[in-house]
Design a protein around this ligand. Structure first.
Ligand code: HEM
Ligand code: HEM
Length: 241
């Protein structure tokens, strides 16, 4: 039997284009790179003792793991640079303002989302079109973590590579003191990505189910859905972003 949500029948939904192809490509390339970097990085940090029939000098599997880590690191870096550029060129939902708590309305929405979705003490929906403010701040923290991982990663790589980009990071190891310390921080930051990913995936599916506005699909097709009369109403916080 087909069932319809009552709200959808009474208030037809309008679809709004939120994420352009640039942001969507950034998102999935970024997510995939992080998975590859975390797996290869974990192996680099904890190399398994693999028994093999051939002599040790005949095997190159660990070199391949490192090679994959470094190639993916470059993809991760350029993808990040494109997203930063797009924060100034993209549409209003992709703009840098969505990530910085600079206005009163932004901070108010953060509190509302905390009360509604985290503390469960308020029973009302925040209907923001792009990212809600709390999500925006969580992405800001992820971007800072990405910059830290790139800095420590290329700082370590500077000792192994003559590339121009690696050469820009020769100051990192002297700043930390020893390369062992840079590796420790690089390793700790990996756990930051793992924790973010677990919370993030839970939350996007939670919002998708509770709000029924195509949250997850917006990162594939770009569209979210919003009740028609909601678009201009004050309670549908959009902050003219
Ligand atoms: C999400 C991003 C990344 C994650 C999760 C990650 C993770 C890791 C981990 C866990 C290690 C092993 C550290 C240890 O315990 O010794 C490692 C090593 C390393 N990573 Fe990354 N990494 C990332 C990005 C990068 C980037 C952007 C670069 C830049 C080139 C990079 C370069 C390196 C280097 C040079 C090593 C040491 C390799 C060696 O000594 O053989 N990583 N990474
Ligand atoms: C099954 C996996 C994933 C799904 C279904 C998913 C889905 C989504 C969705 C629907 C949004 C938009 C949410 C909103 O409007 O606030 C989003 C945003 C975002 N996600 Fe994911 N995500 C996944 C994995 C990841 C991973 C692994 C990372 C990185 C660790 C990540 C990082 C981000 C970032 C940075 C944004 C903000 C995008 C921007 O504005 O540039 N996601 N994700």
């Amino acid at each position: 039997m087909t069932t319809y949500r009552l709200t959808s029948v009474l208030h037809p939904m309008r679809r709004v284009y939120i994420f352009t192809i640039v942001t969507r490509l950034f998102h999935w390339i970024n997510a995939l790179s992080i998975v590859i970097l975390a797996i290869t990085g974990y192996i680099i940090g904890n190399p398994p003792a693999i028994l093999a029939a051939h002599e040790a000098y005949d095997g190159y599997w660990f070199g391949t793991v490192r090679y994959i880590h470094f190639v993916t690191a470059y993809i991760f870096l350029f993808n990040f640079i494109i997203r930063i550029y797009w924060m100034f060129k993209g549409n209003r939902f992709e703009n840098w303002r969505n990530f910085l708590p600079t206005s009163k309305a932004f901070i108010q929405e953060m509190w509302d989302v905390i009360k509604i979705d985290v503390l469960l003490v308020k029973n009302k929906h925040v209907v923001s079109l792009g990212h809600n403010s709390l999500a925006g701040v969580s992405y800001l923290m992820l971007f800072i973590l990405m910059a830290a991982q790139i800095t420590t990663g290329f700082g370590l790589y500077a000792a192994m590579s003559d590339s121009f980009i690696a050469g820009l990071f020769t100051w990192v190891v002297p700043l930390f003191g020893t390369d062992a310390l840079v590796r420790v921080w690089h390793h700790i930051f990996m756990w930051g990505f793992i924790v973010f990913t677990m919370v993030h995936i839970y939350l996007v599916f939670y919002h998708d189910y509770v709000e029924g506005r195509g949250e997850v699909s917006s990162m594939f097709g770009g569209w979210k859905f919003v009740e028609n009369e909601c678009i201009d109403e004050k309670e549908c916080t959009d902050f003219n972003r």
